[in-house]
Design a protein around this ligand. Structure first.
Ligand SMILES: C[S@@+](CC[C@H](N)C(=O)[O-])C[C@H]1O[C@@H](n2cnc3c(N)ncnc32)[C@H](O)[C@@H]1O
Length: 301
C-alpha cells in the first residue's frame, strides 16, 4: 500500500497549491455531472455529496466515518447539510492539519486497520478515492492484491452493523490496460506506456483494481452491491476544470510554483513527478479507456 511517506509526497506537497486553486475544503475526486457539463464543478461535487448521503441514508444523528477524507469536502457537506457526527481519516499530514484548522475531526490514521476499539461502530462509512492507494505495485506483483481488498472489506464488516451501508468510488484499470512490462517513462509522450509511467511516479505505492468486478468479488462475503455506475466521463470533465483552476493566476500560488523551480531544474525524477502539471496522465488514461471509474454502494448482509 501507499504509506504515509508516499501520501505526504502526493498530497502534502501540493497542499497549499491545491487549497489556493480548488478551495479550502474542496474535493480531490471525480464529481457527479451525470453527463450534464453545463453544471459548475462545485455544483457537480455537491450533487455527488447528496447522492452519497442519500444512498447511505445519512440523516441527523447518524454516526459516519469518512475514510481517506482528503481536505474534508464530504465531512463539510455532512455537517452543514445533514447535521451528523462525522470523523475523517487521512494519511496526509498536510490534509489533516488543514481539516483541523477548518474545524473538522480528522486523524492521521491508516483506515485499513481501524478497529471497533478505536472509535466504536458507525452507521455509514465512505471511502471516496482511497482504494486506489491500498495496493502497491509490489503487492500486486506478489499476487496479494485480492487479499488486500478482502482484508479491507473485513475491516468494514467489523465497523458496520447489519444493514449498514458503505460507499466507495475508485479508479480501476479498464479494457485497454497494457502489460506492466510495456510501461516506460521514455515511451512516446502521451502514449499508454508513457502516461502509466507518470501515474506510477505521481502516486507511489499505488496500483489499481482490475475492473469493479475485483472489488465487488472481495466485498461479497460481507456485503451486497446496491448500485454501480461509471464516473469515467464525469472524471474527464472534473480534471479539465481542475486544470483551469490550477493555472488561474494568484501571486501566492505562482510564488509556490516558482519555489519548485530549482528542484525542477536539477532533479530529473522530480521533473517526471511534476509532469502532471503539463499533461494529465489520469485524463489520458480515462480518455483511452486504460482506466475506468466506478461509484459503488454496498450494504452489509
Ligand atoms: C484522491 S484523495 C481523495 C480525498 C477525498 N476523499 C476527496 O474525495 O476529496 C485520496 C485520499 O486517500 C487517503 N488515503 C490513502 N490511503 C489511505 C489509508 N490507508 N488510510 C487513510 N487515508 C488514506 C489520502 O491521504 C487522501 O486523503
Amino acid at each position: 500500500m501507499a504509506d504515509k511517506k508516499d501520501l505526504d509526497f502526493t498530497y502534502t506537497t501540493i497542499d497549499n497549491i491545491f487549497r489556493l486553486s480548488i478551495g479550502e475544503t474542496a474535493d480531490f475526486s471525480g464529481a457527479k455531472y451525470d453527463g450534464d457539463f453545463s453544471m459548475s464543478l462545485e455544483e457537480a461535487q455537491k450533487a455527488k455529496h447528496k447522492f452519497i448521503a442519500d444512498s447511505l441514508n445519512i440523516k441527523k444523528g447518524s454516526k459516519v466515518l469518512d475514510m481517506a477524507c482528503g481536505w474534508g469536502p464530504f465531512i463539510t457537506y455532512c455537517i452543514k447539510e445533514r447535521g451528523v457526527s462525522i470523523m475523517g481519516l487521512t494519511l496526509s499530514e498536510g490534509q489533516a492539519t488543514a481539516c483541523r484548522k477548518n474545524g473538522m475531526n480528522v486523524k492521521v490514521k491508516d483506515c485499513r486497520t481501524v478497529k471497533t476499539e478505536d472509535f466504536g461502530v458507525f452507521d455509514a462509512i465512505t471511502c471516496i478515492g482511497g482504494l486506489e492507494h491500498f495496493c502497491s505495485v509490489e503487492e500486486w506483483k506478489a499476487g496479494r492484491q485480492e487479499q488486500v481488498y478482502s482484508d479491507f472489506f473485513q475491516t468494514l464488516d467489523n465497523l458496520l452493523p447489519k444493514g449498514g451501508r458503505f460507499y466507495m468510488q475508485t479508479m480501476t484499470f479498464g479494457k485497454n490496460m497494457i502489460d506492466f512490462e510495456d510501461i516506460d517513462v521514455n515511451a512516446e509522450k502521451g502514449s499508454a506506456s508513457h502516461v502509466l509511467a507518470l501515474m506510477i511516479k505521481e502516486f507511489p505505492g499505488s496500483w489499481l483494481p482490475y475492473g469493479p468486478e475485483m472489488v465487488i468479488r472481495n466485498a461479497e462475503p460481507h456485503f451486497k452491491l446496491i448500485s454501480q455506475s461509471s464516473g469515467r466521463l464525469d472524471y474527464i470533465e472534473t480534471i479539465g476544470q481542475w486544470r483551469k483552476k490550477f493555472r488561474k493566476f494568484s501571486l501566492k500560488k505562482y510564488w509556490l510554483y516558482a519555489s519548485l523551480l530549482p528542484q525542477y531544474i536539477t532533479n530529473k525524477e522530480f521533473r517526471h513527478q511534476v509532469a502532471i502539471f503539463r499533461i494529465s496522465p489520469n485524463r489520458v488514461c480515462f480518455e483511452k479507456e486504460i482506466m475506468e471509474h466506478y461509484r459503488l454502494v454496498f450494504e452489509k448482509i
